[in-house]
Design a binder for this molecule. Structure first.
Ligand code: HEC
Length: 112
């Protein structure tokens, strides 16, 4: 192998190694997948108004800071918040899906 090829290979290994490491890092709530969040939000907007307006007993969830959103969802999931509907919904979502929803709803601006 020429020195040049060896050097290129070493660079490649360093680059892919760095990418793999980045991927393995725990993701924060703001790192959710927006597209996935938008897709999953279809279920939520049956009750929660996408405009951000309150509707009856259903609170607004748009423009929520993602960490607070994730925390609320975890509290439904682990039973700290008692609402039966939200508990069932949150229990059916993975942590990745909750992060995605947090990122999506956090990015939506109230429009009313
Ligand atoms: C059947 C109606 C309904 C659906 C569907 C629904 N929610 Fe809710 N959600 C509620 C109600 C009612 C509350 C208030 C519950 C309470 O008092 O704890 C709530 C509360 C919340 C809260 C807490 C808000 C706050 O101010 O603390 C979050 C976050 C939330 N919902 C997210 C979601 C997400 C994400 C989805 C979709 C996966 C969803 N909801 C689907 C009815 C619904």
């Amino acid at each position: 192998m020429s020195r040049r090829a060896a050097f290129a290979l070493a660079l490649f290994a360093a680059a892919t190694g760095a990418a793999a490491q980045q991927h393995a890092q725990p993701q924060g709530p703001a790192d959710g997948d927006l597209e996935l969040g938008k897709f999953l939000s279809e279920t939520c907007v049956a009750c929660h108004q996408i405009s951000g307006r309150m509707s009856g007993a259903v609170p607004t969830i748009v423009g929520f800071p993602p960490p607070a959103f994730v925390e609320a969802m975890q509290q439904y999931k682990n039973g700290l918040r008692p609402n039966e509907t939200m508990r069932t919904l949150a229990a059916s979502l993975s942590d990745e899906e909750i992060r995605a929803l947090a990122a999506y709803f956090g990015s939506v601006k109230p429009t009313y």
